[in-house]
Ligand binder design. Structure first.
Ligand code: ACO
Length: 468
């Protein structure tokens, strides 16, 4: 049911959903093959420190926890009820939530508007709204908060902990991408699967993560379609001066529009209208899942690039050329180093190197040369951001180059964004992970590094336009 405008009281109550002190799993199962069992296991084994109440009238205990036949019989307060009973008994579960005074509900149960059962869904929403209970879903995988170690979902694990809140209109993608968070070290603060978004809408989640969640630096969204466009724009306008928002709008091709309609019943709408709306409200649009994650990684770790002079430092001419082409594609201007900077950079390269832009330290670029050049670049007032590219050579180990990046970056901390690309095999991957764990986004290719830098530049421009 479309929201009647942004509900500030719902935004406030989302704290009970994402930072609950107690969670009841309604439909906690004894059978490890069932979703209700896995949700309970995720809370217990994920290390959640709040109280956990399994609700199941047919069981006495599961995983050593006492079961309650209904919510009304739980002795303590219940902040979040995670509903995992079949659709036919979902309404009575919601009525039980009302009797208990549950603060928020996340409903995993499928079988509502997505299969034409809109009336049943509306009835549940009506009960929740009348009683001031925010409802997330139905038809979701659940939610998680990495900092609270609260995995109220049937994802295989908590995400790698970090600073991006991920709102996904696809449950399956949210599940799958948890794996990416570990593989690519893209940390999430929270994950919210929003499914049929029958009650709580994108706009309210954006405002919660944007204005009330101190663990979130960046909000990443997978969107198929919006029901409440003006509210989305209003929420993004409010949040974008404070935290970056990055979105992948799926269902843009002719067939994609039809696929989105049958997946979430979304009106995918004209792609250009979405792009125009994103621009209007300060949302950075990307065109693939990998771009969504790369941009979120950079935006959650690094400050925005506030000016228009990025410097590229490389040990490989080819990597520099690829990065320059990518920069042009992403609209990042690349111009020659200022003469005084070029002069000081010359100290770190042989005669046949280049101090223009890209700065080519050549294959003789050892870690100390990288460190010196990076230090000069970060300290120069004309440089607004840095892309450091490294091709694995026999004379310098990737980890040494990672240390050469991290040293000046951590000492100078002068609000200039830095991204890196480590091009090579497993040693490069290790060095990139080491850097990411320390706050420097690092990628396996120059193009991906430049795409991430372009997100930082886009956010710099949004900040200049909207303030913040
Ligand atoms: N209150 C609490 N628990 C109850 C009640 C009740 N009133 N009545 C029965 N239960 C118990 C059952 O006894 C059972 O426990 P048991 O296994 O120990 O006996 C447990 O609740 C679960 O009930 P089942 O009838 O076994 O339900 P089942 O697990 O088969 O299905 C589910 C429930 C998972 C919610 C299902 O209906 C459903 O919607 N599945 C789809 C979920 C989904 O995919 N969501 C979207 C995700 S996005 C994506 O695409 C990945």
């Amino acid at each position: 049911m479309r929201i009647p405008g942004i509900r500030e009281e719902v935004v406030e109550k989302l704290r009970f959903m994402f930072e609950p002190n107690s969670v009841a799993v309604v439909g906690a199962s004894r059978d490890p093959g069932k979703i209700g069992y896995q949700c309970l296991r995720n809370l217990v084994e994920g290390g959640y420190g709040g109280r956990i109440y399994p609700i199941n009238p047919n069981a006495d205990e599961i995983m050593g926890l006492k079961c309650f036949p209904s919510l009304s019989e739980v002795p303590g307060e219940v902040d979040l009820a995670l509903i995992v009973v079949p659709a036919r008994i979902a309404k009575s579960a919601i009525e039980d939530c009302v009797r208990k005074g549950v603060k928020a509900v996340a409903m995993i149960t499928a079988g509502f508007s997505e299969i034409g059962k809109k009336e049943e869904e509306d009835e549940i929403v009506r009960i929740c709204r009348e009683n001031g209970i925010p409802l997330l879903g139905p038809n979701i995988v659940g939610i998680s908060n990495s900092w609270k170690k609260c995995n109220a979902s049937f994802c295989q694990s908590l995400p790698y902990a970090g600073r991006t809140a991920f709102i996904s209109q696809s449950g399956a993608l949210a599940i799958a991408l948890i794996g990416w968070t570990w593989l690519y070290r893209v940390g999430l603060s929270s994950m919210a699967s929003i499914g049929n978004k029958a009650d709580v809408d994108f706009s309210e989640l954006i405002l919660y993560f944007g204005e009330r969640d101190e663990h979130t630096n960046c909000i990443a969204m997978y969107i198929e379609g919006l029901d409440a466009g003006p509210e989305f724009i209003e929420a993004c306008r409010r949040v974008s001066p404070k935290k970056p928002l990055v979105a992948l709008k799926a269902g843009k091709s002719e067939r994609g529009v039809a696929a989105a309609a049958s997946h979430t019943g979304s009106l995918a709408g004209a792609p250009l209208i979405y792009s125009a709306a994103f621009k209007q409200c300060g949302v950075i649009e990307v065109s693939s899942l990998i771009e969504l994650f790369d941009s979120a990684l950079a935006l959650s770790l690094q400050p925005p690039m506030l000016g228009d002079f990025p410097l590229i430092i490389t040990n490989g001419g080819g990597a520099g050329v690829v990065a320059t082409d990518a920069a042009e594609r992403y609209g990042i201007p690349i111009s020659d180093s200022p003469p005084d900077l070029a002069k000081s950079l010359r100290k770190y390269m042989p005669e046949f190197g280049s101090a223009k832009n890209p700065v080519d330290l050549t294959g003789m670029g050892t870690a100390d040369k990288y460190e010196g050049a990076i230090r000069e670049a970060l300290a120069h007032p004309g440089v607004d951001g840095l892309a450091v590219l490294y091709c694995h050579t026999a004379i310098t180990s990737p980890m040494k180059v990672a240390e050469a990046i991290y040293g000046p970056y951590s000492e100078l901390k002068n609000n200039k964004p830095i991204v890196a690309a480590f091009i090579g095999g497993s040693e490069c991957e290790e060095a990139a992970s080491w850097l990411k764990e320390r706050g420097v986004p690092a990628f396996p290719s120059p193009e991906r590094a430049m795409r991430a830098l372009s997100a930082l530049r886009a956010y710099g421009r949004i900040r200049r336009r909207f303030g913040g």
